[in-house]
Design a protein around this ligand. Structure first.
Ligand code: COA
Length: 259
């Protein structure tokens, strides 16, 4: 698929996906969402890719939300379709078997905040601003925001942010647990690279199982403890496990084959 709204680059086993509509503060329109879906799907399969960074072009915004101009005339059925499509794509990110980090720069509002929350880890630059301003438009979040915000910051704080539409800065987001780290703008991508580099030294199959078990905690009808037992067992059948344990006993660094 040719991309017009995102940039993709693979370097040092990292796929960097940059949402590239800076004149619209990287607002997510239908085409942009389709391109994100395609790029994330390719990250699932591409052997060269071991981790993903999602960021926004320019210094002003990560993503300032879903593209309001596209859905302002929608009725209920179109609205449901829009939300279902966005949720499907963000679930794809959340369930990606490789680590996905949001490098959050600037405005991270509505669908942008939801996109960042679908990633496994969030690193924010000092100028990042987070919010779910949908109620100001007479709407509610539709891309999983009401659910993932509770998961990350708890019900009381989530209610306040969702109902007031308040925008909060990076330090407040850090304090709430909405982001993992805050960095100066120029250190944002290097910090994301540093985290991924550390993860890449670990067993890749185990990393994918961590993603599966942690996500299982939030899956309706799934017993996360049972899933942990099953995936622990699966890990014991991998070459990564043989290599990791052998390397420990031989007092050397593991060289994981990733299977
Ligand atoms: N959808 C569509 N276009 C958007 C957008 C969105 N969510 N957010 C910003 N834009 C566009 C603006 O319309 C403007 O386009 P124009 O230059 O063609 O008029 C451009 O991006 C720059 O935005 P602007 O509002 O001029 O920048 P600002 O610095 O004055 O304000 C924000 C920045 C983020 C506070 C403001 O753009 C905003 O409130 N955006 C909407 C946020 C939102 O409600 N998101 C949730 C959507 S469900």
């Amino acid at each position: 698929m040719a991309y017009n709204n995102i940039l993709t680059e693979i370097e040092n086993s990292i796929l960097t996906l940059t949402i590239n509509r800076p004149d619209k503060l990287n607002a997510l329109n239908t085409d942009t969402l389709a391109e994100i879906r395609s790029a994330i799907q390719s990250a699932y399969d591409e052997l060269e890719v071991k981790g993903v960074i999602i960021t926004g072009a320019g210094e002003k915004a990560f993503v300032a939300g879903a593209d309001i101009s596209e859905f302002m005339s929608f009725g209920p059925d179109e609205g449901k379709k829009l939300a279902a499509n966005g949720q499907e794509i963000f679930n794809l990110i959340e369930n990606c078997p490789k680590p996905v980090i949001a490098a959050v720069n600037g405005f991270t509002l509505g669908g942008g905040c939801e996109l960042s929350m679908a990633c496994h880890i969030r690193v924010a630059s000092e100028n990042a601003k987070f919010g779910q301003p949908e109620v100001s438009l007479g709407l509610i979040p539709g891309y999983g925001g009401t659910q993932r915000l509770i998961q990350l910051i708890g019900k009381g704080k989530a209610f306040e942010l969702l109902m007031t539409a308040d925008m909060i800065g990076a330090q407040d987001a850090l304090q709430l647990g909405l982001v993992n780290h805050v960095t100066p703008q120029e250190e944002l991508l290097p910090k994301c690279h540093e985290i991924l580099k550390k993860i890449f030294t670990k067993g890749p199959v185990a990393i994918s199982k961590i993603i599966g078990t942690v996500n299982a905690y939030f899956e309706e009808g799934t017993d996360g403890f049972q899933k942990e037992i099953d995936l622990f067992g699966d890990c014991c059948g991998t070459e990564d496990f043989r290599e990791g344990t052998a390397a420990f006993l031989e007092k050397r660094k593991a060289d994981f084959p990733g299977k």
